[in-house]
Design a binder for this molecule. Structure first.
Ligand SMILES: [Zn+2]
Length: 398
């Protein structure tokens, strides 16, 4: 069907924004083309270059250099945030298809996604990486692995050690990787065990993003970098991810979408070459809708955990002067937030305080002011209430 060389395929993947690197190939005997030959434990599956997936690039000059040198090299694609890819790896030999069917029944269907048949008879299902960190994991279910951060896949046009080719069943050019449904993301981030080969990559499943005092404009810049579309057809999903990234910053977590319009303009300008829907307002409306809908900011969960700790701990001595349980809890929450922030001030918005403690925002505003008056909190910087910005505080109690 295709006379494209391995190099053509590698360049096409790079065009999608997927960093590639050369892997060893199989000899006609099935032995690996590496030094170990038939005693190689991962024939035709391991990197040809010294730093392996860390050498992966989208730079065409380097890609041409590699495949001119090794025209038969199999094509490795780095997965994870660098390629914006999350891959479900279904292994036929270990019951993968049965597992997949039962997970589909439990969690619901997946949006249409690219599918590659692997040379080993299994398949790779490609999705957009959700941002943050998703570890590569083994055995999330029988015969199912996840290739994400710290991982890679061998891609079509490559030849398996058995001699059988990797082939696209659903081509990514016609069907770009879609966003993976939240339920699936939660499932695959919590099951199985982390890929041992990816152990050097830190972070949890999709561990929290700790901005740790990084200036807001830096955060915006990183969020843009992490969520630009790699190819046409990803605009909508990427906007949703951009909203999730921005929502991870405590200073703007409660801001109305309109306050973020300037950031969206930056994103839009950078994304223009890779989106088909060009008008700014279309992306703006989609973003504004996503912003309201985002349930899991990148790094979701920390506030909930902190509240749990605040509830579990004995209230600080300074809190004993207050009669109301919820006010004592607010003091306890501030102490935990300060512990979390270390030496830096911590962020807290009126709205978050209200939600966590279960009181009205105006009540929370009065209480936070009161804690400042009672010298339990020091307000380091006051956030703009109209923009629903968080203020920065230091906890001064015990
Ligand atoms: Zn080998």
């Amino acid at each position: 069907m295709t006379t494209d060389t391995r190099l053509d395929h590698a360049l096409r993947y790079a065009d999608f924004g997927w960093p590639v690197f050369p892997c060893y190939s199989a000899r006609s005997t099935g032995a690996c083309s590496c030094r170990l030959g038939s005693s190689c434990k991962h024939p035709a599956k391991h990197p040809h270059t010294r730093h392996g997936l860390r050498d992966a690039t989208i730079e065409s000059r380097q890609i041409k250099r590699w495949w001119n040198k090794w025209p038969d090299a199999n094509v490795g694609i780095r997965t994870g945030t660098d390629s914006d890819l999350l891959v479900i790896d279904v292994d036929v030999a270990h019951g993968g298809p049965d597992s997949l069917r039962s997970v589909l029944r439990r969690l619901g269907t997946l949006p249409e996604h690219p599918v590659a048949k692997t040379g080993g008879g299994g398949c790779h299902l490609l999705f957009q990486h959700p941002g943050g960190r998703v570890s590569s994991r083994q055995a999330v279910a029988e015969g199912i692995d996840i290739r994400a951060d710290g991982g890679y896949i061998i891609a079509p046009s490559s030849i398996h050690a058995t001699g059988s080719p990797y082939e696209w069943r659903v081509d990514p050019e016609k069907t770009p990787p879609p966003t993976i449904p939240e339920l699936w993301l939660e499932w695959l981030s919590s099951c199985g065990h982390r890929d041992t080969e990816a152990q050097d990559i830190d972070g949890g499943c999709w561990g929290r993003v700790v901005w740790d005092g990084v200036a807001l404009d830096q955060v915006v810049k990183r969020s843009i970098d992490a969520t630009l579309p790699a190819a046409f057809g990803q605009r909508h999903g990427c906007l949703f991810r951009f909203a999730r990234w921005l929502k991870s910053h405590p200073a703007i977590i409660d801001a109305p979408a309109t306050a973020l319009k300037p950031y969206l303009r930056q994103w839009h300008k950078a994304a223009l070459p890779r989106i088909r829907t060009k008008p700014f307002e279309d992306s703006w409306f989609d973003f504004a809708e996503s912003w309201e809908k985002v349930k899991h900011p990148i790094g979701a969960g920390p506030m909930g955990d902190i509240l749990k700790r605040a509830v579990a701990a004995d209230p600080p001595i300074v809190a004993r002067q207050y009669e109301q349980n919820q006010l004592r809890l607010l003091v306890s929450l501030c102490r935990e937030l300060q512990r979390e922030a270390g030496k830096r001030p911590f962020y807290l918005s009126v709205r978050t305080a209200a939600e966590q403690i279960g009181i009205s925002p105006s009540h929370a505003a009065t209480w936070l002011n009161g804690l400042v008056i009672d010298n339990i909190l020091k307000r380091v910087r006051r956030g703009d209430r109209r923009k629903r910005e968080a203020s920065e505080y230091r906890y001064m109690g015990d």
